[in-house]
Design a protein around this ligand. Structure first.
Ligand code: GLA
Length: 404
């Protein structure tokens, strides 16, 4: 009896000890991050944002025309739902601290504009800043978070992009968490887009704060700027995103910044590559061009449903670079149907042949797989072991490879 008791005590001590060590390990590693549970952006959000093309030149007529064009061109039906007004819509605060939209540019007010956008079957987005002023020195939300969130909800806002200028000594996670709580309190489902440019490694903390976080400085409408900050080209952004894959997933995405497709600074080949790689990385797809006047070539890029399906795959895995040989790269994304989406990327100045081997993408070499070209919209047949294609300078060939 005595012996049994001792044994039991020993067992209990042992269990306590194991639990204690486990608790210590969790403590040491930091408690695992819970994802923000607002249920939104289960696939990367898609829409249009005014900044890349129009900067401060925003108005209610521009936004209405853009909403019309998003419907007319088939962008809405391809999945672009959020129409987001970026910086410069706001001018001041009134005596009660309420944020005041520019009365000249938005004479009907934000509620009426939100209603217009909603009537088109679209969603309405707006912009503010976690500091005292926005990046264009309009009023920020610091100290007004709950009041602003209530106001946005009353206007019918569905998406908030929240910037990081004029933040002084504020802590990023704490500041963004205040607005997260304010949005939750507003009672309206609002996608929360963090924009602190990757400056405080949001991939490490923002999963439980926002639905997406900018992972880099601002994009410019160029393939390669050679700059590490302040005006990144497409290839600079790719290199920053490489390695951040494990942080993305349904409801919480790395954001390599909005699209420049159609803004005129790159060739159609480069825009096709830009778009393909953003989709491969499960990036939020916020078009940044003038939808009203885009030509058919640009429309065909932005509305390529086979490429968009790669971005919107429900598994929500961010693709990664699986092979690099000088200027020639292979990027791959695991898809929910067991296939891989693959982009063969040529960063060099001359056209080159690029090969992907099945073993590069986690398949046995002898596996038979169906290969389909997502830009040519063509099945390329049943292949074994590898696939190669000639890829133009600054271009991609994008395929799915599906075991069959
Ligand atoms: C920052 C953001 C941009 C844009 C501007 C607006 O630079 O990163 O995306 O919102 O501010 O001023």
């Amino acid at each position: 009896m005595q012996r049994q008791f001792n044994n039991r005590r020993t067992l209990m001590d042992h269990a306590r000890c194991v639990l204690g060590v486990a608790a210590l390990m969790v403590f040491a590693a930091g408690a695992p991050l819970r994802a923000l549970d607002n249920g939104l952006a289960r696939t990367p959000p898609m829409g249009w944002n005014s900044w890349n093309k129009f900067a401060c030149d925003v108005s209610e007529s521009l936004i209405k025309e853009m909403a019309d064009a998003i419907v007319r061109t088939g962008m809405r039906d391809a999945g672009y739902h959020y129409v987001v007004i970026d910086d410069c819509w706001q001018v001041s605060r009134d005596a009660n601290g309420n944020i005041v939209p520019d009365p000249q540019r938005f004479p009907s007010g934000m509620k009426a504009l939100g209603d217009y956008v909603h009537a088109k079957g679209l969603k309405f987005g707006i912009y503010s800043d976690a500091g005292t002023g926005t990046c264009q020195n309009r009023p920020g939300s610091r100290g007004y978070e709950f009041q602003d969130a209530r106001q946005y909800a009353a206007w019918g806002v569905d998406y908030l992009k929240y910037d990081w200028c004029n933040h002084s000594t504020q802590d990023s996670a704490a500041s963004y968490s205040i607005m997260r709580d304010a949005l939750a309190k507003s009672g309206r489902p609002i996608v929360f887009s963090l924009c602190e440019w990757g400056s405080t490694k949001p991939w490490l903390w923002a999963k439980e704060v926002g639905n997406l976080w900018r992972s880099t400085d601002d994009i410019t409408d160029k393939w390669d700027t050679g700059k590490k900050s302040d005006g990144l080209g497409v290839v600079q952004i790719l290199d920053i995103l490489d390695g951040l894959e494990s942080y993305a997933g349904p409801g919480h995405w790395n954001d390599p910044d909005m699209l420049e497709v159609g803004n005129g600074g790159m060739t159609a080949t480069e825009y096709r590559a830009h778009f393909s790689l953003w989709c491969l990385m499960a990036a939020p797809l916020m078009a940044g061009n003038d939808i009203r006047s885009m030509n058919d070539e640009i429309r065909d890029i932005l509305t390529n449903r086979e490429v968009i399906a790669v971005d919107q795959d429900p598994l929500g895995i961010q693709g990664r670079r699986v092979k690099r040989d000088g200027d020639l790269e292979v990027w791959a994304k695991q898809m929910s149907d067991g296939s891989r989406a693959v982009a063969l990327l040529n960063r060099g100045a001359q056209g080159k042949t690029i090969q992907v081997s099945w073993t590069d993408i986690g398949y046995p070499a002898q596996l038979g797989a169906g290969v389909r070209d997502l830009w040519e919209h063509k099945d390329l047949g049943h292949l074994k072991g590898s696939y190669s294609a000639s890829v133009p300078s600054h271009g991609v060939v994008m395929v799915t490879i599906k075991p069959e």
